[in-house]
Design a protein around this ligand. Structure first.
Ligand SMILES: Cc1ncc(COP(=O)(O)O)c(C=O)c1O
Length: 546
């Protein structure tokens, strides 16, 4: 058979198989992709429905519905994909009843227990636009203007952190060999990326050795004469550093966690001593981490001291400012981050205190060439010298989240963010004052920023508590009480506070303390909301029998 005949046959069988489709299906599927008038009118109808749901969702005061998790999960147990395309209206009804109805109202002013809160209204139309454009920020061939827009937005925040000269930014902002920052999906990937850059830079190619990137960790440590490698920070470091240690091949046991003091800051003396010990053992210090806003309590490490220790040890200094980074916008509170400008790398989350949608983390570098240590090329794209952002990113395909970052910085601006940060801290101080004035509660630490930890003290323990004479058994009972209180409040769904455990530094007790954790970042939360959350806890507590 000639090759052209074979081609014809192949073509025919292709056409035959194509024609076996039921016309109805073809029409229905193609309809889903259409941009014609009819499709636009359907889109408008859908928009009307989803807009009204969004409004109801956004106006909800309660943080949640009280549906039981067991009941909810039973709604999602179908593992079969429908054979036929479905009708959008019935699907919409389905997600309305099952997903939207039981989603958490993260924008509720009384949902004050996590780092996720209300978003500015401009992000919703931008989200629609971003989805319509469907840019892929991995390479210039799929994200043209957006790649430059992303670099510009990152440069703006870089400048807010490091404040280098005009000349520096002119030289690097759109220079494809320079990386001022990398936009990633969140703080976890940002921290991993920072540690990855630090590891590769300290074990790079030298004298014929091809570097850790090509030859792996064991060969690199051997070549450089190290007995092992560690990452050092406080015991309040986010668990993303466990992931980083695991992925870097050093194991989580090589993540050294130094106890924090009663103000939730790493003990500087202990850090200094640990660095000396690691050096004496001939261990490579991949990075020393300072935390600017711990996940548990918002504490900020003494970054100036850590910078000095890292500098003396010739170690990479990374600041995890995923939560607290935006304090750099506040003239009043920026001093708490003093030393951040000395960091080799800094993580900031856009989807926390920059009030942007989920999926925006960033890592910034003081040396615009450091990220070259992780650069990869691919023959089909991302060639050397190209502007492709995916060359120096852990992620491959990536949505155009830069649009939100750019919009947030341009529309809210330095003064707008300053207002948001200052307000969060002011309201946290208000809540701390309320707690201190109420006999039912104990404030567990003075808030450093806008996270607050406290607990409920049941009536029968209040006298012993007031004279600092709670026993470990008492604390255990109070722990059980607080756990029960937090779970009940969550289940009822009117208001929400999260829960954590803390070492009892205050009284030196061995028993870890179960703490309520408030995060006050939602601009819509008022003092009245704060009182409502505390009063609801008192009401629920009155019904708990432990
Ligand atoms: C201090 C800190 N670092 C890193 C992270 C991880 O961020 P993400 O959840 O965006 O990955 C968090 C999250 O809460 C955090 O609080």
């Amino acid at each position: 058979m000639t090759s052209s005949k074979q081609e014809m046959l192949n073509k025919n069988s292709f056409f035959e198989s194509e024609q076996t489709f039921d016309n109805g299906i073809e029409e229905q599927v193609m309809q889903l992709f259409a941009s014609c008038n009819q499709a636009i009118s359907i889109e408008k109808q859908i928009d009307e429905i989803t807009d009204s749901w969004s409004q109801d969702f956004l106006n909800a005061i309660d943080s949640n519905t009280n549906i039981d998790l067991e009941l909810l999960l039973e709604k999602f147990t179908d593992s079969k994909i429908p054979v036929q395309p479905s009708n959008f209206e019935s699907y919409l009804k389905y997600i309305g009843n099952n997903v939207v109805a039981h989603s958490i109202h993260t924008s509720s002013p009384r949902f004050i227990g996590h780092m996720t809160s209300a978003l500015p209204s401009f992000v919703r139309p931008l989200a629609k636009l971003m989805t319509a454009m469907n840019q892929n920020a991995v390479k210039i061939e799929t994200a043209k203007a957006l790649s430059f827009c992303e670099r510009e937005a990152l440069a703006m925040l870089h400048r807010q952190i490091y404040n280098f000269s005009d000349n520096f930014y002119n030289q690097h902002i759109q220079n494809n060999l320079s990386t001022l920052g990398i936009l990633v999906s969140g703080g976890t990937v940002a921290n991993i990326t920072a540690v990855w850059c630090a590891r590769n830079a300290s074990l790079g190619p030298k004298d014929g050795f091809l570097g850790v990137e090509k030859e792996g960790l064991a060969a690199a440590l051997d070549f450089y004469g190290y007995k092992g490698a560690v990452i050092i920070g406080s015991d309040l470091m986010h668990f993303s550093f466990d992931k980083a240690a695991d992925l870097m091949g050093i194991g989580t046991n090589s993540l050294i966690r130094i106890p924090a003091d009663r103000n939730n800051r790493v003990d500087i003396q202990a850090l200094r001593q640990t660095v000396v010990n690691c050096q004496a053992k001939n261990l490579l210090i991949i990075a020393i981490v300072g935390v600017a806003g711990t996940t548990d309590s918002g504490g900020v490490d003494s970054l100036i001291d850590i910078a000095e220790i890292a500098h003396q040890a010739n170690a990479h200094f990374h600041v995890d400012a995923a939560w607290g980074g935006p304090l750099i916008f506040s003239e009043q509170y920026r001093y708490k981050l003093a030393g951040i400008e000395k960091a080799d790398s800094v993580t900031i989350d856009g989807h926390k205190q920059l009030y942007l949608p989920m999926g925006i983390g960033m890592v910034f570098f003081s040396d615009p060439h450091l990220a070259g240590a992780i650069e990869k090329q691919a023959s089909y794209t991302m060639r050397k010298g190209s502007f492709d952002l995916g060359k120096r990113a852990l992620e491959g395909s990536r949505p155009g989240m830069a649009l939100f970052l750019h919009a947030g910085l341009k529309l809210i601006g330095v003064k707008g963010y300053e207002f948001l940060i200052n307000e969060g801290i002011r309201k946290t101080q208000y809540m701390a004052a309320c707690i201190s004035a109420m006999p039912e509660f104990e404030l567990l630490a003075e808030p450093d920023t806008n996270l607050l930890t406290y607990r409920y003290i049941p009536k029968r323990f209040r006298r012993v508590h007031s004279i600092n004479q709670l026993t470990d058994i008492d604390n255990q009972i109070i722990n059980n009480f607080n756990e029960c209180l937090q779970k009940s409040q969550r289940q009822i769904g009117h208001t929400f506070i999260s829960r954590t455990t803390k070492k009892d530094i205050k009284f030196g007790s061995e028993t870890p303390i179960v703490a309520m954790r408030a995060v006050i970042a939602n601009p819509l939360t008022t003092e009245e909301d704060i009182r409502a959350v505390l009063n609801e806890q008192i009401e629920i507590a009155a019904k708990i029998q432990i």
